[in-house]
Ligand binder design. Structure first.
Ligand code: 15L
Length: 268
């Protein structure tokens, strides 16, 4: 199939940097976009999502958008409003104006972060669980998912909203043993989300095939995602250092981990 041009927002961020390395082998021509300059990337567009002129030009001619841009942790409501809520709205407007038909939206598990950690032996958490944001950050991801639904219903723009877990080269704590998304699996999942047919607005969880997984991954699998990694190889070391996950601890009682605590306990 012909190479697809994908606008990559948030290209300088954590996941964006990983995807700039991992997605081109799937046959994508990436158009990196970030508010932060990207040295060594001559095609990168340096602009703010709230600069509507620049954004429209960036979106023009793209086959799809991978929207990773935004603040990725809790912040003030005003900053989240500007970067994540208004920024995502402007991106969807630009897609509508320029006729881009597919967006993959980096949602987050923090859209459902106040969901209690499931007891051992109980079913995995379904995609249809109600929104329970744990932060203004998580609230902005709930907004993004609803915005995606609106633009599908009203304008026929398709979105896969990926509720990403912890996408780092390695899981950093015992909670992440359940919600880790390896960078290679993230690339597999984004590739499936960019290429699956007739997705309408589909919400999926983004984690690897973790032995201790807690989310129902079937929605992503239905798009063609097959996770190949498992955090279990990191389990013995992390548990020796930190102990087993303890749902009596305030920062381990809910899916969102330390994001539910007020103020959030950093590092999480
Ligand atoms: C997120 O949404 C954050 O962007 C990321 O930094 C991690 O903290 C991740 O969630 C997580 O839940 O571990």
């Amino acid at each position: 199939p012909a190479e697809k041009t994908v606008l990559l927002t948030g290209a300088a961020g954590g996941v964006g940097t990983l995807m700039r390395a991992l997605l081109p082998p799937y046959g994508y021509r990436l158009r990196p976009f970030d508010v932060v300059p990207l040295p060594g990337e001559p095609d990168a567009i340096t602009a703010d999502l709230n600069d509507r002129e620049a954004l429209r030009e960036a979106v023009r001619g793209a086959d799809a958008i991978l929207h990773l841009a935004g603040i990725s942790l809790e912040s003030t409501f005003e900053k989240i409003l500007r970067a994540n809520i208004e920024g995502t709205y402007h991106l969807y407007e630009a897609a509508r104006e320029e006729g881009v038909r597919r967006i993959v939206f980096a949602s987050s598990n923090h859209a459902i972060g106040y969901t209690p950690w499931p007891a051992a032996g109980t079913p995995r958490v379904p995609v249809a669980t109600p929104h329970r944001p744990d932060t203004f950050y998580g609230l902005s991801k709930c907004f993004g998912e609803d915005l995606a639904q609106l633009y599908w219903d009203k304008h026929g723009i398709e979105t896969v909203s990926v509720r990403i877990g912890s996408c780092f080269p390695e899981p950093g704590n015992v909670r992440m043993l359940s919600v880790w998304l390896s960078p290679a699996d993230a690339a597999r999942l984004f590739h499936a989300a960019l290429t699956a047919e007739e997705v309408g607005h589909t919400i999926v969880y983004g984690s690897s095939a973790n032995t201790r997984g807690v989310w129902d991954l079937s929605a992503g699998e239905a798009l063609g995602y097959t996770p190949l990694d498992d955090s279990e190889s990191f389990a013995a070391k992390l548990i020796a250092e930190q102990g087993e996950l303890d749902t009596n601890r305030p920062d381990q009682a809910h899916l969102g981990g330390a994001f539910v605590t007020d103020p959030p306990i950093w590092p999480y």
